[in-house]
Design a protein around this ligand. Structure first.
Ligand code: 3EB
Length: 310
C-alpha cells in the first residue's frame, strides 16, 4: 500500500525519498521505531523529473537530492554521552551540508536511545540539547532554526534525518506555546533549539507537537487528554501561519501526512479513534517512542499544504 506523497513545492512532483517506519529497506530512510498502526512508509516528493533525483553516500551520510532539496540521514551507533553524540552528529551534518548547494536546514528528526534516562539536568534529552546547541549556536541562529522532532528509540545510538534546501524556509512559532528556544531554565541548562514549524513554499513542516501550553506540560498521565491538547496546538499553529502568510487568500490547509509517537503501547486502543481528527484525510502512522519530557505520553507531527479555494 503506497500513500500519497508529501509535496514540498507543488505539482507535478516526483518522489525524492522515502521514510520506512520500523523496517530496514534499501530504498528508504529508516525510522528506528516500532510501527503500531498505519502506513509502512512516507514519500516526500518534489517538482522535477526522476532523472534529477540522485542517491549517494558521503562520509557516513546517506542522501537523496534533486538540485533543490536534499533528504539525508546519518547515525552514530553508540551515544553513551548524549551531549557529545549530538555535538558530533550535528557537526558532521553541518560539514556535509557546507560542501553541497543546500545551505538551509529546514527539518530535522532525532532518534536517541534511553532518552529519559538520568535525573534533572543529567537527563539524556537535556544533555542532547546542550550538545546540539553547542554545535549550532552562532549570532542570530534562533531566527533560522529548523522544525524538529526528538524521539526516544530502543536502538542504540543517535539517528539523525534531515531535510535541507537551497532556499530558506520561514520559521513559524505557535502563539499557544512558548517558543522552545525561550523555555525557562527549569527544563534544562540550555533551551531546545528548534522552531515549531518551517514553511517551505506552500508546505508547512510541523515539528513534533505535544501537550505543552505556554511552557507547561498539561494532563500528565492522561494520553487522551494530551491528544486533545495536541489538536488545539496544531490548530493554533495552522491558523496563525495561514493568517500571517496567506492572508487575503481564500484557501485552506490540507493535511498531507501525520506521524504520531506514543510512549506507551497500551494507550493505542484509547487514542487511536481520536487521531484522524488531527489531520483529516491524511495518512496516519503511529509508532512507539519516548517523548522528550517524562510526563509527555504523545507527540504528533506532519506536513500540511495551503491550497487555494477553486
Ligand atoms: C516540546 O514542545 C516537546 O528538542 O527538538 C518536540 C519537538 C519536543 C522537538 C526538540 C522537542 C524537540 O518541548 C518536545
Amino acid at each position: 500500500m503506497s500513500t500519497p506523497p508529501i509535496l514540498l513545492d507543488g505539482e507535478p512532483a516526483t518522489a525524492l525519498a522515502r521514510f520506512a517506519f520500523g523496517e530496514a529497506r534499501d530504498d528508504a530512510i529508516r525510522v528506528p521505531l516500532l510501527r503500531l498502526a498505519g502506513p509502512r512508509d512516507e514519500t516526500w516528493a518534489a517538482r522535477g523529473g526522476a532523472a534529477d533525483v540522485r542517491e549517494g553516500e558521503h562520509e557516513g551520510v546517506r542522501f537523496c537530492e534533486n538540485g533543490r532539496w536534499l533528504l539525508g540521514s546519518l547515525r552514530l551507533p553508540a551515544a553513551d554521552d548524549a551531549e557529545q553524540a549530538a555535538f558530533e552528529t550535528y557537526g558532521r551534518m553541518r560539514a556535509f551540508l557546507s560542501r553541497r548547494p543546500y545551505p538551509q536546514l529546514l527539518r530535522v528528526w532525532n532518534f536517541l536511545d534511553r532518552l529519559n534516562h538520568g535525573q534533572g539536568d543529567a537527563e539524556r534529552y537535556r544533555r542532547f540539547c546542550v550538545g546540539r546547541h553547542r554545535a549550532i549556536a552562532e549570532p542570530g541562529f534562533e531566527a533560522t532554526l529548523p522544525a524538529a522532532t526528538v524521539i526516544g528509540t530502543h536502538e542504540p545510538g543517535l539517528h539523525l534525518c534531515f531535510l535541507a534546501g537551497c532556499t530558506p524556509g520561514l520559521q513559524i512559532e505557535n502563539p499557544r506555546q512558548t517558543s522552545a528556544f525561550l523555555y525557562p531554565r527549569e527544563y534544562g541548562p540550555v533551551s531546545p533549539s528548534f522552531s515549531r514549524a518551517t514553511l517551505v513554499e506552500r508546505t508547512l513542516l510541523v515539528s513534533g507537537t505535544a501537550a505543552v501550553v505556554g511552557h507547561v506540560t498539561l494532563h500528565a498521565g492522561d494520553a487522551r487528554a494530551q491528544v486533545a491538547e495536541v489538536g488545539q496546538n496544531l490548530r493554533a499553529l495552522l491558523d496563525h501561519a495561514a493568517r500571517h502568510h496567506f492572508h487575503g487568500e481564500r484557501g485552506r490547509w490540507r493535511a498531507q501526512a501525520l506521524r504520531v509517537y506514543l510512549r506507551r503501547v497500551e494507550d493505542l486502543a484509547a487514542v487511536l479513534p481520536l487521531l484522524p481528527a488531527l489531520a483529516p484525510g491524511a495518512p496516519l502512522a503511529v509508532m512507539q517512542g519516548d517523548i522528550s519530557r517524562a510526563d509527555l505520553l504523545v507527540e504528533a507531527e506532519g506536513a500540511w499544504v495551503f491550497e487555494t479555494a477553486a
